[in-house]
Write a protein that binds this ligand. Structure first.
Ligand code: ATP
Length: 479
């Protein structure tokens, strides 16, 4: 498992999906760049989410709010006071750990040694202490369980302290009155502060939703998990505004809808997805569930669905002194709407897609020899390139025919043209990069207009007419 994960990371780099940020300077920790294929895959996933939310629902619209917001936003939202993780430092190595990560890792070790009960008790105790804000108790728990850090067997721990996860910077020139502003740690607040703008200008009637995708920033203390936990990442969030009292029904609705989306649009198998109910609720929530995906390092959060009550709009009303109310003509009442939020990490979706698609395959050929390939079985609707057009040789007018097919198809979807190397090698490269269809133009094409279409997942081939290619690919990528 661990090996396959390392191979996947290597593959993602080799095929232009994901690079370490500023690699030539040895990288920046927990920051990544998307290459030519990664950027396209990410865009395809973002577009699929946006389409589901805004195009397939009557009552959900999309916005694009700024990353910078008035600093009071983050006081109102609670982030200035409580968006923090409890951390502990090892004085010997100067390494900092998130206490929940440290304790969870220890519990995993216990489990691996067959001490499941001990592990569960440890996690339960941690949850209790953290819920009670008993940081000294958490430190004692770490010491009592003799949790090891990487350098020495007797760790010299600091006290447990809360670290705010928001990045801050200064607005304005140096001579101006400098004021601290934050890089947004979530996209949701940009939606809340625009609730009335959108409701009024869009003549929206409750229930309705506002969707947004965009960058968010958190100063995370990170264990090496590739793009699972980043300091700069992208969220796709939708806030659904509802009548108070209807939150249970809408919470169930979005819980079901979102799981369905991960199966039908993302193509994740049912047994790699699960719900995980939150026992300890955030300050704003009256119910919360995670949709977890089975990553190479276990089931982990992919998306959160939160019943946020009227907490956010209520707080913005209080801090801005502007009414954040809606007049519901059906019941003749004014109220601050309740909110159900769906919040998914785009980068985590990319990682889940790659993890689900990556396969190292070996088989025995008819002549008894061994063969193998590495393939990315990315669903056709999400694959960066849909079709590779491959003339068998560089001569006899085959490239011209291939170019004609390229010109016909490329306005509709991404195509890739290649004439170098043997057909076998070219197929393998297309497998590795995740292109679902290859079409080979050969001498027979000149005679009867037929081509060989080859399917990535099954490696089967069939002969179809040139003028069927575009429709066939379109049918496979349209969801
Ligand atoms: P975690 O418990 O993993 O830290 P969270 O509960 O803080 O996540 P939310 O605040 O609910 O996460 O954010 C919603 C979604 O945003 C998450 O489900 C995840 O997909 C994504 N996300 C959050 N933090 C990060 C990060 N540091 N890197 C990548 N994606 C993230």
């Amino acid at each position: 498992e661990a090996n396959t994960f390392q191979n996947l990371i290597g593959h993602a780099k080799e095929y232009g999906y994901i690079f370490q940020s500023s690699e030539i300077y040895d990288g920046l920790s927990a920051v990544y760049d998307y290459g030519q294929n990664g950027a396209q895959l990410k865009k395809n996933i973002r577009d699929a989410w946006w389409k589901t939310m805004t195009q397939l629902n009557d009552n959900i619209v999309g916005i694009d709010a700024a990353i910078f917001m008035h600093p009071t936003t983050w006081k109102a939202s609670g982030h200035v006071d409580s968006f923090s993780d409890p951390m502990i430092d090892n004085k010997d190595s100067n390494k900092r750990y998130r206490v929940d990560h440290l304790i969870e890792a220890h519990a995993e070790k216990l489990k691996a040694e067959g001490e499941t009960q001990k592990a569960d008790a440890l996690i339960a105790q941690m949850d209790r202490l953290l819920a009670a804000d008993d940081l000294a108790g958490v430190k004692q728990l770490i010491i009592d369980n003799n949790m090891k850090c990487s350098v020495s067997s007797t760790c010299n721990w600091t006290d447990v302290r809360q670290f705010n996860l928001m990045f801050s910077t200064e607005l304005g020139s140096v001579t101006d009155e400098a004021s601290t502003i934050y890089l947004r740690p979530e996209t949701a607040q940009g939606i809340f502060v625009n609730f009335l703008n959108v409701q009024k200008t869009g003549r929206m009637k409750i229930p309705f939703g506002i969707a947004q995708t965009g960058k968010a920033f958190r100063n995370e203390i990170v264990a090496r998990q590739f793009i699972f936990r980043m300091r700069e990442f992208e969220q796709m969030e939708m806030q659904f505004f509802i009548r108070p009292g209807s939150q249970k029904e809408w919470y169930e609705h979005w819980k079901t809808e979102r799981l369905k989306w991960h199966k039908e649009i993302m193509g994740f198998p049912t047994d790699r997805l699960q719900y995980h109910d939150h026992v300890k609720l955030a300050h704003y929530a009256d119910a919360a569930v995670d949709i977890e995906f089975e990553f190479p390092f276990g089931f982990k959060e992919l998306e959160g669905i939160h019943s946020r009550t009227d907490y956010d709009l209520g707080r913005h009303q209080e801090f801005s002194k502007k009414k954040q109310q809606y007049f519901d003509t059906e019941i003749n009442q004014n109220y601050v709407p309740y909110v159900i939020e769906t919040s998914v990490g785009l980068d985590r979706l990319v990682l889940a897609t790659l993890a689900n698609a990556y396969a190292e395959e070996k088989w025995t050929k008819e002549d008894g020899s061994e063969d193998s390939r590495v393939v990315l079985k990315i669903p056709a609707n999400l694959a960066p390139t849909k079709l590779a057009v491959l003339p068998l040789t560089k001569k006899d007018g085959l490239p011209d025919l291939a170019r004609e097919l390229m010109n016909e198809c490329r306005p509709a979807f991404n195509c890739f043209y290649e004439e170098k190397d043997t057909i076998g090698k070219r197929y393998r490269r297309m497998d590795a990069v995740g292109t679902p269809f290859c079409v080979t133009i050969d001498h027979q094409t000149k005679e009867d207009g037929t081509v060989t279409i080859r399917y990535r997942d099954t490696m089967t081939q069939e002969r179809i007419h040139l003028n069927e290619v575009k429709a066939k690919v379109l049918a496979a990528i349209t969801k």
